[in-house]
Design a protein around this ligand. Structure first.
Ligand code: TRP
Length: 471
């Protein structure tokens, strides 16, 4: 099908892989909490508006570029540069580095999730085999136990690498074809269980109750900033993940429908995660939280409070989170791998390192970063800290905070002002598809999405450095 000679076997497989890339830890520990604390239903409306005017625009843009050039991020930007007598090589580097930095801590979190999945499984058989202390103590003890945290992180890197070694269709597609339906099934089970707990209604109220004040005056900026940061990260935009998957997409598949489907299912999973998490948190009288505290302390408290069925639901929940995490990390490693192959092949995959070599080298770099992050134990083990951040936040700052929003911003500008309407239309209507919203699309990619992404970039800098511009 392409020079990336191993594409997806089926359109369904492509969709599952792309949706799997999008659904990750961000959906489970970011979205529900932000929705609850930034206006509930009002936040959801901001989120959806941003999805239409920015998220969908950039999602489509990445798939379009990747499928047109049939290359990964480095090759794609080299081609786009060549076509226009410009040099966009920095965009390829940016893609590879953001993938590596994001993976630099994603696998440590993945390791934590592995550990919790196995611990809850252990608790099913014997109380002392699993989570055997109160949730907060258990978590602190575990993350600051450097040996353990490092081993679980390494395991997560190895699993990710093995799936990628299995190939695009053999590894990634097969994992996601089974994993994604299973993920939605477990989400449904968790929602039903949560909804049946007495007192769960307060949780639904926490997430959904519209607080219109979140849209009034200066709060609107805070709400939009938070929704925007969540949206672009959750959709895996700005680092060429969707360029890479787009290059594996058949020419006969509809780019517009694909983009809408991915955005839809990612948002659905985020809202479903909210419905699985907070009703249960409130039913047991726990405080809502965000980030690692939510995933590993509050949720473990929920399962500890459930009695005999707790470990089973705990296992299911961390299994669901594992699937979400692995399906994202394989797409991150895929970006790093393909970019490295193309960098060493001067834009041509076939001239560069073999897939195996590129996977091994990128995994080795990612492994080293995760050893540092895991040993740092979220800043709890007394290691020296860069710029006053714990190592996890430090790598997060470079990827999610700076490089990815910048990458998305520049990509929208390139498509809007350099690639142009005729090229977009030509690629999107290859099989005679209609593109009724082409003028809307071009207007958004020229103006609205770049403004949106510039605003989101500012919001990310603001939240990382607590500048207070957005609050
Ligand atoms: N979307 C993922 C999540 O919600 C994180 C992510 C951001 C990502 N960019 C990515 C995953 C690129 C894969 C590829 O957790």
């Amino acid at each position: 099908m392409s020079e990336n000679n191993s594409g997806f076997n089926s359109y369904f497989g492509f969709l599952m892989a792309a949706i799997g890339s999008a659904i990750g830890f961000g959906n489970i520990w970011g979205f529900p909490y932000k929705m609850g604390t930034h206006g509930g239903f009002a936040f959801l409306i901001c989120y959806l508006v941003l999805c239409v005017f920015v998220g969908f625009i950039i999602m489509f843009g990445e798939l379009f570029l990747g499928r047109r050039e049939q290359k990964g991020p480095v090759g794609t930007y080299m081609m786009v540069g060549k076509r226009n007598n410009k040099n966009f090589m920095f965009m390829g580097w940016l893609a590879m580095l953001s993938a590596v930095f994001l993976m630099g801590f994603y696998c440590t979190l993945g390791g934590y999730v592995f550990k919790y999945m196995i611990a809850n499984l252990g608790s099913m058989f014997h109380a002392s085999w699993g989570v055997n202390a109160d949730a907060a103590t258990y978590f602190t003890t575990f993350v600051t136990d450097q040996g353990q945290a490092v081993i679980w992180a390494i395991l997560f890197v190895v699993v990710t690498a093995l799936i990628c070694i299995g190939g695009v269709s053999g590894g990634i597609e097969n994992f996601c074809k089974i994993g994604m339906p299973l993920l939605f099934l477990i989400l449904i089970i968790m929602i039903v269980k949560a909804a049946l707990l007495p007192g769960s209604a307060a949780g639904f109220a926490f997430i959904f109750k519209p607080q219109w004040s979140a849209l009034a005056g200066k709060s609107l900026i805070t709400t939009l900033g938070s929704a925007g940061g969540q949206m672009f990260f959750s959709l895996s935009l700005g680092m060429g993940a969707m360029i890479t998957y787009g290059s594996y997409l058949g020419k006969n598949n509809n780019l517009q429908k694909s983009s809408i489907t991915i955005v839809f299912f990612d948002t659905l999973a985020a809202v479903m995660a909210a419905c699985a998490v907070f009703p249960a948190v409130f039913a047991f009288g726990l405080e809502p939280a965000g980030g690692p505290g939510l995933l590993f302390v509050t949720m473990q408290n929920v399962f500890d409070s459930m009695g005999a069925v707790g470990p089973l639901f705990g296992f299911l929940f961390y299994l669901l989170t594992t699937i979400a995490g692995v399906s994202s990390s394989i797409s991150l490693l895929e970006v790093a791998t393909v970019s490295l192959q193309e960098l060493t092949g001067k834009g041509e995959l076939k001239d560069g390192w073999s897939r195996m070599k590129a996977i091994l080298v990128s995994s080795a770099i990612i492994l080293v970063l995760n050893v540092i992050v895991a040993a740092d134990g979220l800043g709890g083990t007394g290691m020296p800290q860069p710029l006053g951040f714990c190592w996890l936040d430090f790598f997060d700052l470079f990827s999610e905070g700076l490089m990815m929003p910048f990458g998305a911003l520049v990509m929208a500008l390139i498509i809007g002002w350099i690639t142009g309407k005729d090229a977009v239309l030509a690629e999107a209507t290859l099989e005679g598809e209609k593109f009724p919203a082409i003028n809307f699309y071009m207007f958004c990619t020229k103006i609205i999405a770049p403004i949106g992404m510039a605003f989101i970039l500012l919001g990310q800098i603001d939240s990382f450095f607590s500048l207070g511009l957005f609050s």
